[in-house]
Design a protein around this ligand. Sequence first.
Ligand SMILES: Nc1ncnc2c1ncn2[C@@H]1O[C@H](COP(=O)(O)OP(=O)(O)OP(=O)(O)O)[C@@H](O)[C@H]1O
Ligand SMILES: [Mg+2]
Length: 237
Amino acid sequence: MILTVGGEKGGVGKSTLAIHIAYMLARHGRDPLLIDADPQGSTTNFTAARDERDVAPRLACVQKLGKGLAHDVRSLAGRYSDVVIDTGGRDTVELRLAMLVSERVLVPINCSAFNWWTLEKVDQLAGEAKLANPDLRTSVLLNRAPGNPQLRRRKVATANERLAAAAFSNLDVLSCFLVERTAFQDNEEFGLTVWEPSVLRGTVDPMACDELANLYQEMFAHEFAIGPSALKPAPSP
Ligand SMILES: Nc1ncnc2c1ncn2[C@@H]1O[C@H](COP(=O)(O)OP(=O)(O)OP(=O)(O)O)[C@@H](O)[C@H]1O
Ligand SMILES: [Mg+2]
């Protein structure tokens, strides 16, 4: 499976999701490669911090930028079970090339108009990519929904209404969503996912884990066999 995490909006959780999806694939016994296709280097920095702590599973990551990306992805794909490409939050040559060689694209957005307005452009990009890559599936994921349950219900319902009304030709919307969970930010500095106990608090946020497991289930249940216990939080060190 070649999966791109991308879109037209910065800071919505693309790198975070690319990393956590690669982690979940690895925890299911697969052998994923992360490709950092953003010069900002978040995924590269995260995996370097992880390597420094020597945490298992190791997440293999290479940075690939520019016009050679499609060729590089195709040649690396044969050596790994899955390739997860993290692109920047703009229309870049890397995003366009990644869409040409991917089977899936995941587009995280936050629950506000400035976010869903960017999807018109993403829909257009996905349509263009499908001319050469007709089986491409591009899915929108709501991320960082408010922690307050009442506000969350309202924001998620409104976002879903707007997305349904937009009736995009080339995008579908995942039914799961992710909530704002501090664990993501606490752990990233140390190269740790939310499945691993926070260095600061020593605990794991089970809700962040459950929400990610729902994402994994919705995205991959039809692709791979998913073991029921594969995604228990990692034990404390
Ligand atoms: N569900 C979440 N809950 C809390 N924080 C989150 C969540 N998802 C992402 N974040 C945080 O938001 C910040 C931005 O995330 P990230 O860098 O993954 O976004 P990005 O879309 O890759 O940004 P860029 O466009 O700059 O590449 C990070 O500090 C990350 O920890
Ligand atoms: Mg990023």
